[in-house]
Design a protein around this ligand. Structure first.
Ligand SMILES: [Zn+2]
Ligand SMILES: [Zn+2]
Length: 189
């Protein structure tokens, strides 16, 4: 008679050797109920198989139980979407939380307030910079306009100077003529 064993999960007979036996309760599980793919099972070392624990025993295990870590590692490597990996992550998160609690809450609040203040100051400086940039651009524009106006004024001044010189010439010529005229009138008498 062949060695006939039934799966502790589904109660179906287990074929050949494709099953795992829990190292805690000694119950046999077929690969489906052990949640292990065939290639995973094939790549498991003999000692990994020996350290395998069923879901029932894992769920009975207290969260903080670190006494037999090798077994947990063995389960983790195979049974990824079951509890073990998630539990160790949870433990890590809890450790983190515990560490942050050990930092004085007052100091933390002060730090947060300071950071917030600093952020606001930086924002205000950025705003001022933008305003300054705008003012600078406007000033540059006005400077250009002023330069153009000055150029125009210079041209006007040149023109005026020319006009003035012409007028003076004309005036002096007229004056010279009138004095001649006056002396010619006076001469006969
Ligand atoms: Zn089964
Ligand atoms: Zn078990």
């Amino acid at each position: 008679m062949p060695n006939k064993i039934d799966c502790a999960g589904c109660r179906n007979p287990i074929v050949a050797k494709k099953h795992l036996q829990c190292c805690r309760c000694q119950q046999p599980y077929d690969l489906q109920c052990a949640n292990i793919k065939l290639n995973q099972f094939n790549s498991m070392a003999e000692d990994q198989r020996a350290k395998w624990k069923c879901v029932v025993c894992i769920s009975k295990q207290p969260k903080t139980d670190n006494t037999d870590t090798p077994a947990r590692v063995g389960v983790e490597g195979v049974n990824r979407n079951r509890g073990s990996a998630a539990v160790s992550l949870q433990d890590l998160l809890e450790d983190d939380r515990a560490q942050s609690v050990t930092m004085p809450a007052k100091d933390l609040q002060l730090l947060i307030m300071e950071v917030r203040q600093f952020k606001e100051e930086v924002r205000a400086i950025c705003l001022q910079m933008e305003l300054l940039n705008g003012t600078l651009a406007a000033l540059a524009l006005r400077n250009d306009e002023s330069d153009k106006k000055i150029e125009k004024l210079e041209v006007h001044v040149d023109l005026l100077e020319d006009c003035h010189a012409d007028s003076m010439n004309i005036l002096s010529r007229h004056f010279f003529k009138s004095t001649q005229h006056v002396s010619s009138i006076r001469a006969p008498s």
